[in-house]
Design a protein around this ligand. Structure first.
Ligand SMILES: Cc1cc2nc3c(=O)[nH]c(=O)nc-3n(C[C@H](O)[C@H](O)[C@H](O)COP(=O)(O)OP(=O)(O)OC[C@H]3O[C@@H](n4cnc5c(N)ncnc54)[C@H](O)[C@@H]3O)c2cc1C
Length: 362
């Protein structure tokens, strides 16, 4: 089988690795528009529960990646300066670049070498084309997938900082400009991820529309001074964006199939986009082991859609909660943390009292 994979992000690299490992006779060509050491953003986080899929489906990769992860238990919500700890939830984080290098090595170990600095071109002449080229997929434009893209109303900018935060923390702040929050956690020995966020009205009032990248960073260092405690923000093309919610009515057309963010994005506040991308890869390789395309592509969608739909509903609810976080800030810190933990509509209070007994008691 001749396979073209567009994009060497988590979805494309992991799919290529798994397929070649499963069937070394496959000819797999991976094209990536960027050089091998380019990435956007900083770290990504997986909950312990989110990593369970990897332990179950691919223990080899799970065992190799686990020592590379920063791990901790608990998440913290800070509101009006009060720290509310939601205990008992385990997390694992890794720098995005570190993760991509790991995935590149895994792909190389089975003989897959992506062609870097190569934007996808002609997609004809392959038995299978896998669009793993992210939220703005070019391959997706080659046919009618019934694509719909809407945007969250909040603005976010993805920074790093050399300040180490021990736990995944959500800090909410208010000043004369309005309401801000930040998602921050360590993802490597000396670096933490720092995703700044504010609502559209605050963004307007603060005058971010007319600030360049450097002025924005300096302004945000002042806004988040109580969190950064003198540490700088580090930029990596860190510009304000509205999170895109990508949905597709059709997952495949002919021999072209979408996976990862090209298929659907999941709001970053549930930390599941990379996990979903990897699970897509696992499910697609499984379907290809049992059927040939295009039947395999139908089997992939049939098996995976119900699972994805549930997670996407949770991600949408979480994204909507963040778009309204400024209103919720009138709540006391504990009520606010309760509203936060309930935001995806998937947290059953009984289960929460088992996992987070201290938080549930208070
Ligand atoms: C602020 C923020 C925080 C996040 N935090 C988390 C988190 O904590 N946990 C988590 O699991 N997920 C998180 N995510 C989501 C995660 O980053 C994505 O879901 C994940 O990267 C999707 O992987 P992918 O391979 O599908 O797409 P991408 O990572 O976007 O990779 C696509 C690749 O395709 C390449 N490409 C694009 N167009 C072309 C072309 N025309 N030709 C060739 N190559 C092309 C790109 O250069 C890129 O390398 C976050 C996202 C954001 C925005």
């Amino acid at each position: 089988m001749r396979v073209l994979v567009a994009g060497a992000g988590p979805a494309g690299l992991y799919f290529s690795y798994l397929l070649k490992r499963h069937d070394p006779r496959c000819e797999i060509r991976v094209v990536e528009q960027n050089p091998p050491d380019a990435t956007f953003g900083f770290g990504v986080v997986f909950s312990d529960r989110a990593l369970e899929f990897l332990r179950a489906d691919d223990p080899t990769t799970y065992n190799l990646i686990t020592p590379e992860l920063e791990a901790w238990v608990d998440l913290v919500v800070v509101h009006r300066g009060e720290r509310v700890v939601i205990d008992g939830i385990g997390f694992n984080a890794i720098g995005r670049l570190h993760f991509l290098r790991f995935m590149q090595q895994q792909a190389a170990s089975v003989g897959v070498q992506p062609e870097f600095n190569t934007p996808v071109g002609d997609i004809s002449g392959y038995d299978l084309v896998v669009a793993a080229d992210g939220a703005n997929s070019t391959v997706r434009r080659s046919a009618d997938f019934g694509t719909r893209v809407t945007h969250c109303t909040n603005k976010f900018a993805w920074y790093g900082t050399p300040r180490r935060f021990e736990k995944l923390t959500q800090t909410f702040l208010e000043d004369e400009r309005g309401a801000f929050n930040v998602h921050h956690y360590r993802h490597g020995g000396a670096m933490s991820t720092f995703v700044a966020e504010c609502d559209a009205a605050t963004w307007e009032r603060a005058g971010f529309a007319t600030m360049d990248e450097a002025a924005t960073r300096i302004c945000l260092e002042r806004v988040y001074a109580p969190v950064l405690d003198g540490a700088p923000l580090v930029s990596n093309k860190s510009i304000w964006r509205n999170f895109p919610n990508v949905r597709n009515a059709r997952w495949s057309v002919g021999n072209v199939v979408l996976i990862g963010d090209a298929l659907r994005t999941a709001h970053f506040s549930i930390g599941s986009g990379t996990r979903l991308a990897m699970e897509d890869a696992i499910a697609l390789v499984k379907a290809l082991g049992e059927h040939t395309p295009p039947e395999a592509l139908r089997a992939f969608e049939a098996a995976r859609r119900p699972i994805v739909d549930k997670l996407v509903a949770a991600a949408d609810a979480s994204g909507a909660w963040y778009d309204r976080f400024a209103e919720n800030m009138k709540l006391s810190p504990r009520d606010f943390a309760w509203s936060y933990i309930q935001r995806s509509g998937r947290v059953d209070p009984e289960r929460l009292s088992r996992i987070s007994p201290k938080f549930a008691r208070t």
